[in-house]
Ligand binder design. Structure first.
Ligand code: FES
Length: 166
């Protein structure tokens, strides 16, 4: 067997060992039920009612639909928009921490507008937003079938303007 053949065999052994090692690391993660969040099917992409627009009268995050639909309603400067609650790194649901959103998994932080402050979520980028509208009854309707990345956040379907009195 030549030196080149031996080097190729060693390289294959190393790759195989590394793959097995990674597989062993993945098992405890799922056994702890940490991965379940990212593997569960998301809410069906049908529009849903999050309540009367008057329920969103104060600036800041509303986490009322984080558990049921994995979204965060956010009012800023009289605009209401809806963002994914999943961290863009590995999908952990975010929590509110002081004046920002925090991922407890690997410590990424996001501003309330969904842009990344720090952490590995920098690679994943800002949080997605979804279509939002007001129906004839004055209720806020969220449609997760229409997603807006940060270059489309000025799309009129990605926010509703509540005005100062809403
Ligand atoms: S899943 Fe949020 S930082 Fe890794």
């Amino acid at each position: 067997m030549s030196h080149e053949d031996l080097a190729e065999v060693n390289r294959r052994d190393f790759v195989t060992a590394a793959a097995v090692g990674l597989g062993m690391l993945a098992v405890p993660c799922c056994l702890q039920n940490v991965c379940a969040q990212t593997t569960q099917p998301s809410a069906p992409p049908v529009p849903f009612d999050v309540g009367p627009k008057g329920d969103f009268s104060k600036d800041g995050p509303d986490m009322s639909f984080e558990k049921s639909h994995h979204v965060i309603l956010m009012r800023q400067d009289n605009k209401l928009y809806v963002m994914s609650s999943h961290c863009t790194h590995r999908g952990r649901d975010l929590v509110v921490q002081d004046d920002h959103l925090h991922c407890t998994w690997h410590n990424s932080d996001f501003k309330f507008d969904g842009t990344v402050i720090k952490g590995p979520a920098r690679r994943g980028g800002p949080l997605s937003r979804f279509a939002i509208s007001i129906d004839d009854a004055g209720h806020v309707i969220v449609d997760k079938s229409q997603e807006f990345l940060d270059d489309k956040w000025d799309d009129p379907k990605s926010f509703v303007d509540l005005g100062p009195g809403a």
